[in-house]
Design a protein around this ligand. Structure first.
Ligand code: C2E
Ligand code: CA
Ligand code: CA
Ligand code: CA
Length: 279
């Protein structure tokens, strides 16, 4: 009886009421965001070991009329639960492809790649491959400049569907990266079965480089494995010189993190790229 009362109390917990109405309000607002044109893409620069700009990751932002600029952590899960992630994800891809197509005409921008995050529900749509193809065709973007980031857990949740879709898109030239690499399953057998281009070492391993022996070993192992499998690597969330030095010393080829640049509006990224003086 006590635990029942506990549950009942929990149910009427005023703070939970607030949480529920906030979530309902969030969902209602989220439904309006696409038709109202409230989404933005911010771009976080990526660099090679020589410090050359190589491209960017597209990160979704929501310009909420009252709350201001909202980061995806606050709404992606709600969008995923409600299937709103499907049209939102399509908007992200359309916008990214339109950017790539525009960059093709600019000498300082034409060599840059653009990475786009793909959510589980979006990737499982039966027409996902066709949708990406339409975005590429409609924009005229070159497919090999587009990289789709998939997490390990997404890929492995239905590995046959993943392999089939990835091969179809790879045939068209689209590239794939494993996002948050090292945080998912420890079975690496799937790596050789997938048409992968890059691994993105998760920020959680990068954070304590040079301080945590086990993270040092994990990162060295990932770098060695990627080298053997002929995959490129991007280290995510590089914040300190110490982390960067460790990664350079161990042959990491790609870098992304606050040490170099934060995610920024498209115009700022384009100005940065122009300032690098082309390639
Ligand atoms: P993610 O794909 O792992 O993206 C990297 C996140 O790390 C970004 O957070 C980025 O701002 C942040 N970050 C980059 N460098 C550093 C650093 O040096 N230090 C720290 N502390 N953080 C750093 P953001 O933009 O808040 O995005 C969070 C997550 O939301 C992303 O994680 C991704 O899973 C998801 N997301 C973002 N955009 C999209 C999208 O268009 N579609 C989908 N499905 N998910 C998205
Ligand atoms: Ca990502
Ligand atoms: Ca990541
Ligand atoms: Ca992450």
């Amino acid at each position: 009886a006590k635990s029942r009362r506990g549950n009942a109390l929990c149910f009427f917990d005023p703070s939970m009421q607030v949480a529920l109405s906030t979530r309902a309000q969030l969902l209602a607002d989220l439904k309006q965001a696409l038709p109202e044109g409230q989404f933005r893409l911010h771009l976080q620069p990526q660099f090679d070991a020589a410090g050359q700009l190589t491209g960017a990751e597209a990160l979704l932002r929501w310009q909420h009329p009252q709350r201001g600029l909202v980061a995806p952590g606050a709404f992606i899960a709600v969008a995923e639960d409600s299937e709103l992630i499907v049209p939102i994800g399509r908007w992200v891809l359309e916008t990214a492809c339109a950017l790539l197509a525009r960059w093709q005409r600019e000498p300082a921008l034409r060599e840059l790649g653009l990475s786009v995050n793909v959510s589980q529900r979006q990737f499982r749509q039966a027409d996902f491959v066709g949708m990406v193809g339409e975005c590429l065709a409609a924009s005229g973007a070159r497919a090999h400049r587009l990289e789709l980031e998939l997490t390990e857990s997404l890929v492995l949740e239905d590995v046959n569907d993943s392999i089939a879709k990835m091969h179809l898109l790879r045939t068209r030239g689209v590239r794939f990266a494993v996002d948050d690499f090292g945080t998912g399953y420890s079975s690496l057998a799937y790596l050789t079965r997938l048409p992968l281009h890059r691994l993105k070492i998760d920020r959680s391993f990068v954070q304590q480089l040079g301080e945590s022996h086990s993270d040092d070993v994990v990162v060295q192992t990932i770098l060695g494995m990627a080298c053997n499998l002929e995959l490129d690597v991007v280290a995510e969330g590089v914040e300190t010189q110490q982390q960067y030095d460790f990664l350079v010393a161990h042959g990491c080829g790609g870098y992304q993190g606050y040490l170099f640049a934060r995610p920024m509006p498209v115009e700022d990224f384009e100005a940065l790229a122009a300032g690098q003086g082309g390639t």
